[in-house]
Ligand binder design. Sequence first.
Ligand SMILES: NC(=O)c1ccc[n+]([C@@H]2O[C@H](COP(=O)([O-])OP(=O)(O)OC[C@H]3O[C@@H](n4cnc5c(N)ncnc54)[C@H](OP(=O)(O)O)[C@@H]3O)[C@@H](O)[C@H]2O)c1
Length: 192
Amino acid sequence: MSVVTACNQQQLPWIPIISALGFLILLGHLITIVRWIITTTSPFRPLKDLRSRYGSWAIVTGCTDGIGRAFAFNLSQKGLNLIVVSRSRDKLERLSEELLAVNEHTLVRILALDFAEDVSDGVRELAKVVKELEVGLLINNVGVTYAAARFFHEVDDQLWRKIVRVNIEWMTKVTRAVLPEMLRREEEPSST
Ligand SMILES: NC(=O)c1ccc[n+]([C@@H]2O[C@H](COP(=O)([O-])OP(=O)(O)OC[C@H]3O[C@@H](n4cnc5c(N)ncnc54)[C@H](OP(=O)(O)O)[C@@H]3O)[C@@H](O)[C@H]2O)c1
């Protein structure tokens, strides 16, 4: 009996230390959860007024499908006018009509460019448009990939060259063309 008591007395000092460690770990997790709720829940995190913060126009590339299309509708709902850039003029015109049907006040400009080709003129045009309009946002979403997962050595030359051209070369050139003017405008007080 006396042996057990001595043993308990020896273990006792560790119990508060282990409890404190457990408490700190739990507290860490709790803080992570609370921070996540605060940063993802709109009542705690008022949405930015994109128009007054960045300007009244946004460019969306790769806008006729998928992510870019969703961005186009979302930005239009937030009151932004759009310069929509994609490959197919028909799809762009359809998108423009659909955007206007949802929000008749949205101004939409269309630019049909096939980023798999040489679109130097089109990119210069974009740079010019950014100087004329108050463009403050670029959603540079254009992108292609192969239809199903493949090992790189199985992808034919023509296809991977196209992917590099669209996803890297022209996408980067678009950013490069419009960014300086956007940054210059950011330093000026807003005019609209
Ligand atoms: N969706 C996902 O879950 C996901 C996940 C990770 C990464 N991504 C990447 O994110 C990017 C966009 O994805 P997404 O799902 O929105 O793609 P998507 O639905 O296939 O839409 C691609 C958009 O890019 C345009 N486009 C394609 N080739 C073009 C070209 N040569 N010149 C100009 N425009 C061209 C298409 O226009 P047309 O309609 O005229 O062809 C379309 O508007 C892709 O690179 C994709 O690989 C997507």
